[in-house]
Ligand binder design. Structure first.
Ligand code: SAM
Length: 248
């Protein structure tokens, strides 16, 4: 079945490759939270076109498996693998329907949970993450429509290459619209807002131990290139948040 990402897969790849905020804040924060992947087995849920799958494998992971519901995104990931083989395998599947395919050291879920259309759907995604981890294994995730910072509906984020549109006041399950743009490409995404309590409930219900929330940080290079003032608005109200949780 076609998904929203099939139509924007190429533009998504370009936009994410070019946006300053992606490189210096989002990837930087996420990869720091993933930490040392040397020798580890990693399941990358909602891998998209494989940007984190490839980085994780290049950083020395022993095995990386990427999963995504979008045929277009998986096709791009497989093309990249064909052009520069890293030994990553990609599965075209809904994470909720994946079942248990292994006992991984780590599960990565970058911008997956904010696609859950209901609390039950969120729980199903968390259960897949849990069931594919070995005891002591780590889940690392990033989330848009963040439960910790209310999405901003103003123009202050234009300088970062994105705008947000969300209902005010924002309720559980509401759609938050993001427009990301560079000089040449633009994409529009809709994510679902869930509260911090709902995320923590779903993770706990799936079996995870305490959840650790991680606000974005900016790389030294990003600070030097753009200056503290450039990052001030973003750091005060970032558009995403990361979390880590452990299978006990
Ligand atoms: C914003 S992209 C993130 C891709 C990649 N993790 C990254 O950070 O570049 C969100 C991805 O989640 C995928 N996705 C959404 N719901 C999914 C589900 N239930 N199962 C698998 N993939 C899903 C979409 O197809 C899309 O590729």
């Amino acid at each position: 079945m076609p998904t929203a990402y099939d139509d924007i897969s190429l533009a998504y790849q370009v936009v994410h490759g070019e946006l300053t905020v992606k490189k210096h804040a989002e990837e930087f924060t996420y990869l720091n939270l993933l930490g040392d992947v040397q020798g580890k087995t990693v399941l990358d849920l909602a891998c998209g076109e494989g940007r984190f799958s490839r980085t994780i494998k290049r950083q020395g992971a022993r095995q990386v498996v990427g999963v995504d519901i979008s045929a277009g995104m998986i096709e791009l990931a497989r093309q990249a693998e064909k052009q520069r083989p890293l030994g990553i395998s990609y599965i075209h599947s809904d994470v909720a329907a994946l079942g248990t395919i292994g006992s991984f050291d780590m599960v990565s879920a970058a911008f997956l949970f904010n696609y859950a259309a209901s609390k039950e759907a969120l729980l199903a995604l968390c259960r897949t993450a849990y069931n594919n981890l070995k005891a002591g294994g780590q889940l690392v995730a990033s989330i848009n429509a963040t439960p910790l910072f209310p999405p901003r509906n103003d123009q202050a984020t234009r300088k970062y290459g994105y705008l947000v549109h969300s209902p005010s006041p924002l309720h559980e399950g509401d759609a938050v619209e993001y427009a990301f743009f560079t000089g040449s490409h633009a994409i529009r995404l809709f994510n679902v807002h869930w509260s911090r309590a709902t995320y923590e409930w779903a993770l706990r219900e799936a079996g995870f131990g305490a959840c650790r929330w991680q606000s974005p940080t900016v790389s030294q290079q990003g600070l030097e290139q753009h200056g503290d003032e450039f990052w001030r608005d973003f750091l005060r109200e970032p558009n995403f948040i990361c979390l880590g949780a452990c299978r006990t």
